[in-house]
Ligand binder design. Sequence first.
Ligand SMILES: Cc1cc2nc3c(=O)[nH]c(=O)nc-3n(C[C@H](O)[C@H](O)[C@H](O)COP(=O)(O)OP(=O)(O)OC[C@H]3O[C@@H](n4cnc5c(N)ncnc54)[C@H](O)[C@@H]3O)c2cc1C
Length: 511
Amino acid sequence: MSQAQLPQGETALEADVLQADVLIVGAGMAGLCAAVAARQAGASVIVLEKAPPAERGGNTRFSNGAIRSVYHGVDDIDTLVGGLSQAERDRAEFGSYTREEYFDDLARVTQYRCQPEMADMLVENSRETMFWLHRQGVRFLPLYEWQFKLPDGRIRFSGGSALEAYGAGEGASEALFKTAEHMGVRILYETKARELIDQCGTTAGVVARHDGKDITIHARSTILAAGGFEANVEWRTRYLGPSWDLAKVRGSRFNTGDGLRMALDFGAMPFGNWSGCHSASWDLNAPDVNELEYGTVFKRDDYLEGIVVNADGQRFFDEGADIRALTYAKLGRAILAQPGQVAWQIFDKNGAARLHGEYRVKQSARFRADTLDGLVSQLEGINKAGCLATIDAFNKAIRTDIPYDPGKKDGRHTQGLTIPKSNWATAIAEPPFEAYAVTCGITFTFGGVRIDPTCRVLDEASLPIPGLYAAGEMVGGLFYFNYPGGSGLMSAAVFGKAAGHSAAQTALAQA
Ligand SMILES: Cc1cc2nc3c(=O)[nH]c(=O)nc-3n(C[C@H](O)[C@H](O)[C@H](O)COP(=O)(O)OP(=O)(O)OC[C@H]3O[C@@H](n4cnc5c(N)ncnc54)[C@H](O)[C@@H]3O)c2cc1C
């Protein structure tokens, strides 16, 4: 976005005390969906955004925009993208993604810990929410990346994240800001919510910091949608554990747990996987905290195309355990546990030919050589002999009688290794060879507050805190250990929309 197009935001407020039916803290997917839904229900809405206008939009803005929903086949895709051409129809087998498959993926990757009512709400509302987002101006494209590749060049959708937002996270974010602004939602930038106002046990708005002074915003309903605590180095160490201070932040620097702290201070029940988070393989050269100009260029998710070794030269996870969407979000944690919090992805010519474009950016921690010896010699701090032995053992362990097939989970695995590669195992054999140094990039935290089906925040006695709602990353109970790709935006949209609707109804009923 050019400087001229930037929203200016409000710098001089008319008063230090403001009033709205519904007050929303945070302007990511959850906050904006809540704002639009609350306006649609007839409420007046104020949104507080901690970031300045140029950095508005939270993690949503940084995201790839892939979104996981139930869909009933090509007709749903056709409607949501606004019409597929015949060439697009011919290019892909879109398949479908049923509610049972979504439940199954979510339950399996969270090791059956995800809270059933929340999973139910996410899955059952996902399809309808896609159509709602579309009506609010979010445009979608088929997500051709990361799907199965058929021998004739066509693409077979592997289920789940079949669509991405046009313009990725930034596109979705801008569309929702535009709609919200058009509907009369008032957005206060560089306004950091600090504390919930307690009116005899009922929340009555927040005190926020704006332009160097405290302002008060009174509201009958307050929705917290302020993200997790991924950008708070002290909380990461406190809740996720040792070494998490050393992870790099993949998204917004503004998600420091403010909303969670405010809710807990008010007596909200902590819920979900507070020691867990979404974390992926991230380029070692990435800055400690990401910036919008980089977006997702440091993403290193093509580990399926080769092997990954640590400083001892050892592999430490199954690179082909499943499709990327079901494994990448737990890989950061695995890398963080390695010596020096570093690992190297290693590919031969064939694997390297299949890498995504991000691997080629100039900032990439990339090494290249015509021999394996020459390659491994460049990897600073690695046990060279150990690494070469690992590659040799890996190559010899591949079941070459099973054909390599990127069109499905091919079952071409290694045999006899302590850590197998379960699918797509191909030898690291053809020069030139490439290696990429990676570390852990944290995306968002899983712990949050507990909500009921109308997104009311529950207190420690499991009773709703009057006037208080939450949505998005702040909500606990959905994701544990891992996550099915594309579910972050979907859950933010589903729960944000529901929170906005409920909060508006409550506020208007009181009015
Ligand atoms: C690099 C990256 C790629 C991703 N790719 C995908 C993807 O392809 N698909 C997918 O589904 N998910 C993806 N995600 C995850 C997804 O972005 C999040 O799950 C989702 O955007 C969360 O939405 P949210 O509204 O809860 O939080 P956010 O979008 O982070 O919004 C939180 C907002 O709260 C504001 N805030 C914080 N504290 C305060 C305060 N005290 N006062 C006022 N405002 C405050 C922040 O500034 C921010 O605007 C990705 C994330 C990252 C970082």
